[in-house]
Design a protein around this ligand. Structure first.
Ligand code: PLP
Length: 457
């Protein structure tokens, strides 16, 4: 059998699919009609069909702050979340490096859901077998999607906060040479995808909004891939503050807290290997049930939208745009806008990783937990959660002392997975991150040159 390098986009093509060759552009367009068409790989981008970045600037009556809260929308990526980007980037880099052999290797995807969905999806398109390793207590929609895309599930006990068990399981499984781990928490294609593709897209998203700069970028790390967009944002707007958001119930980066929480996709009880601690300025906490109740308001608070003089069209558009972590990110963005005392010309950018399509069961659960969710309750929640959000639980981590605390946390989390201390120490130097980023341009060339070629060509 002839083994070929799969066809797929470069980092630059994901940032701007308009630069694709005309025939690929056509095929990608046709592929939108069938999600299993492999040319959907060329639809991995933050852009809509009209070339604009998929974003929403939230109405100020909803956020209660003067600053513009700009949310990048991940729901229209193939497979329904932007996590497909890092999954694809990790797989294609492995292929062009010759470390992943199509037809030979089975992919492992340690995840709490969306990355697993992304791995399962791209492995389907790129014809790899895959196993998603994830906790057994995540929303049921996630398991359904993964199986629908064809991956096998290998479940470890627990929830979001038990992701370390999925890493331990992956560590064991990958001792088998036929398995290759698309290790989102530790491999740099995740960093490269977000610094390059998400970072540039964020900068473009504020064109025409406020002063067209980004005063603050707030994002809750799961793998901390998305946070890497902040590294690019800071090169364009050096005054920009990068904020890592965490669930109040699992405040690992802030103070080593390691509790259970309800925000799927974030708060994984660790400082991930690919988290660039040097560029994180603040850590801020958001209460998990505020994110879930906030989602309920966006889904069922039509009356509240009406009272805020927002149109039915706005309500109907926004109700599909966010999942729980997206609302958590919005709450964090509002909190930071207040804390940083930002004005009407300032922009805070955040990200909605996915949309509502995988959270019905989370709201069903909310209905069971609360006695009443009528309009009068939602109205009170809206005021408490959005309008009156406080600026407590924000930590400035710009000092050397705080950086050292986080470096130690990273060591505690990663030395046990056989990483050398010298490697972790090198991450304390900005040059380390620059070097990793510059590989984007090497892979741009390699991916373009090698796609569709025989492996040994
Ligand atoms: C729903 C959701 N939100 C947020 C994140 C965090 O994104 P990142 O892993 O880039 O930090 C994830 C990651 O899987 C996710 O699934």
């Amino acid at each position: 059998m002839t083994v070929k390098i799969p066809m797929g986009p470069t980092y630059d093509e994901m940032l701007n699919p308009n630069i694709l060759d005309e025939h690929l552009k056509q095929k990608a367009h046709v592929a939108l009609k069938d999600e299993f068409d492999p040319f959907n790989l060329f639809n991995i981008t933050w852009r809509k069909q009209n070339g604009e970045i998929n974003k929403v600037v939230l109405p100020k009556s909803l956020t209660g702050v003067e600053a513009n809260i700009v949310v990048l929308l991940g729901k229209d990526f193939p497979s329904g979340s932007h996590k497909v980007g890092p999954a694809y980037a990790t797989l294609i880099e492995g292929c062009v490096d010759g470390k992943i052999i199509p037809g030979h290797h089975t992919m492992l995807g340690p995840s709490t859901g969306n990355f697993g969905i992304g791995v399962s999806y791209i492995c389907n398109l790129m014809k790899f077998d895959s196993i998603v390793i994830m906790p057994d207590n995540m929303s049921k929609e996630r398991y359904q999607r993964i199986q629908q895309y064809g991956a096998k599930l290998d479940l470890t006990p627990g929830t979001e906060s038990d992701v370390i068990l999925t890493l331990e399981r992956t560590f064991e499984l990958k001792k088998n040479d036929n398995y290759h781990a698309l290790a989102q928490f530790e491999l740099f294609p995740n960093y490269r995808f977000h610094r390059h593709v998400t970072g540039h897209s964020a900068v473009e998203a504020v064109k025409g909004v406020g002063n067209e700069r980004i005063a603050c970028f707030a994002s809750a790390p799961g793998s901390a891939g998305t946070l890497a967009a902040g590294d690019h944002i800071k090169t364009v707007f050096p005054e920009s503050k990068v904020v890592a958001l965490e669930p109040y119930e699992c405040s690992t980066l802030m103070d080593g807290g390691r509790g259970q929480h309800r925000i799927e996709g974030i708060g994984d009880k660790m400082c991930t290997l690919i988290h660039n601690i040097l560029t994180t300025d603040f850590i801020a906490l958001v209460k998990d049930d505020d994110a879930v109740r906030g989602l309920k308001i966006f889904r069922d608070g039509e009356k509240i939208f009406q009272e805020l003089a927002l149109s039915k069209k706005q309500f109907e558009y926004l109700r599909d745009c966010f999942g729980v972590s997206g609302i958590g990110n919005i709450l964090g963005a509002i909190k930071m806008a207040k804390y940083l005392k930002l004005g009407p010309h300032d922009n805070v950018v955040t990200v909605a990783t996915d949309g509502f399509d995988r959270y019905d069961s989370v709201l069903e659960d909310l209905e069971k937990r609360y006695l009443e969710t009528e309009d009068f309750v939602l109205r009170r929640w809206f005021k408490d959660i959005f309008i009156d959000i406080d600026t407590n639980h924000i930590k400035d981590v710009r000092s050397l002392k705080d950086k050292n605390y986080l470096f130690k946390q990273k060591e505690a989390d990663w030395l046990k997975f056989d990483y050398e201390k010298s490697y972790l120490d090198a991450m304390q130097n900005p040059a380390f991150w620059e070097k990793e980023y510059q590989k984007v341009f090497v892979y741009n060339d390699l991916i373009k040159k090698r796609r569709g070629q025989k492996l040994d060509a």
